[in-house]
Write a new protein. Structure first.
Length: 421
């Protein structure tokens, strides 16, 4: 048995050496423009009609070694007792996964990514959506590496017509590495004809797309002083500056009934990323910045924030739906991050701890729904309401999608709160 394991290790290492590593570089130097450039199909300027759109996030690849070897649930299974050589299967996954991790070649989750892609493409055609909003983590794992963008482009453009037929609006995620100005940001700009911050206007709504990597710098690519300056330039200004930040200015300038913000890092998380906003390695004074963001959203009438990052579905309500005082604007925080990346588990203990901590230290909130499933959201704006439906993607040919949740924001309720402010 040990001889077989050694043989597998040697063979894997030889294979890795011959295959090479996924190196950093520029997509424009590696591939032709017709391959890497995603067409900008949505017309510039204010849109004539209210939108119907799909929301997905976190369609990046996973790591076989982590998902099929490291996780405890792989070992605590009945298969260990009744299937001969099951340990060898796990060890083999660990070896292959370890080699691919060393090569910077993510190697897990293709079946799930294509399953979700096919589901949203079918939804786009069935519902005649105006666009797909991706809330971040679009590259396979590291936006500095051209081969990681190649995976996304092959699966959604070269071998499938999604990106050629449906307008695709990107939001930068941490894996897209837009804080890296040598490779990450140039690659993002080469692929998408959208800036890091932009607004799309509709008759009764406005969509504000932002890059939250300026706030939560998980890779420590920006120093703290620069982070603070970028936060005050793009999100919420200092009270003494006299000059509003980009998001403050854009929100204030819109009188649209429905204001929707796209923001990769979830402002409140009930998963493993709940500690990001208190982690000093991600940035300075993050707790205070989060409070200032929430206050901005409440002050300027943001009703809906779409985020990703957590690898499951989550719906949180800030404020009380029955509050008519206008003192606390109701905000729906929707985490749509089941776009194909490995789904993460949600711990009841962590949920309870987060709920208590948020309500005591951050803001009054309620967890409405959480689901460990691949999924997407379908949002529709009309003159009178904004409707969000969330569908689990099942992989079952007879029932490929299943409704998880549906909620609606009414124009009359929003107008009533605005009138009382």
């Amino acid at each position: 048995m040990h001889r077989k394991i050694v043989t597998i290790i040697i063979a894997s290492l030889l294979l890795a050496g011959s295959a090479g590593c996924a190196s950093k570089g520029l997509v424009r130097e590696k591939y032709p423009e017709e391959f890497y450039r995603v067409p900008k199909l949505l017309p510039d300027g204010p849109q004539k009609n209210n939108p119907k759109f799909v929301v997905i996030g976190d369609n990046q690849a996973g790591w076989r070694g982590k998902e099929k070897f490291v996780r405890k649930k792989n070992w605590a299974t009945w298969k260990m007792a009744i299937i001969p050589f099951y340990q060898l299967y796990l060890i083999g996954n660990g070896i292959v996964g370890g080699v691919n991790w060393w090569r910077h070649a993510p190697d897990y989750g293709k079946k799930e990514r294509l399953m979700v892609r096919d589901a949203i493409y079918a939804e786009a055609k069935r519902s005649k959506v105006d666009f797909i909003l991706n809330v971040g983590d679009i590259a396979a794992h590291d936006g500095r590496r051209p081969s990681h963008w190649k995976m996304f482009l092959q699966e959604n453009k070269e071998k499938h017509p999604l990106l050629e037929e449906v307008p695709y609006l990107p939001t930068a995620g941490n894996h897209d590495r837009t804080n890296d100005e040598i490779y990450g940001l140039p690659n993002y700009r080469a692929i998408f004809d959208y800036p890091r911050f932009y607004v799309v206007d509709f008759p009764d709504a406005a969509l504000f797309v932002t890059d939250s990597n300026f706030i939560l710098d998980q890779e420590q690519e920006v120093d703290d002083d620069t982070q603070d300056a970028l936060f005050e330039k793009w999100f919420v200004s200092d009270v003494t500056s006299g000059e509003p930040a980009w998001l403050e200015r854009e929100l204030r300038a819109r009188k649209n009934v429905f204001k929707i913000v796209a923001f990769h890092h979830s402002i409140l998380s009930f998963g493993e990323h709940n500690s990001d906003w208190t982690n000093p390695s991600c940035g300075r004074n993050l707790g205070e910045k989060r409070k200032r963001l929430i206050e901005l959203f409440q002050r300027e009438g943001v009703q809906l924030v779409f985020s990703g990052h957590d690898h499951f579905y989550q719906h949180i309500v800030i404020g009380s739906a029955g509050d008519k005082s206008g003192e606390n604007e109701v905000i729906h925080l929707v985490v749509s991050s089941g776009g194909g990346a490995p789904i993460r588990e949600v711990s009841e203990r962590v949920v309870e701890e987060c709920h208590q901590r948020y309500n005591e230290q951050v803001v009054s909130c309620q967890l409405v729904n959480v689901a460990e499933v691949h999924h997407y959201c379908l949002a529709e704006v009309s003159t009178e309401n904004l409707t969000v439906e969330t569908f689990a993607v099942t992989g079952d040919p007879e029932q490929p999608i299943r409704l998880l949740e549906k909620f609606q924001l009414e124009r009359a309720q929003i107008a009533g709160r605005e009138g009382s402010r």
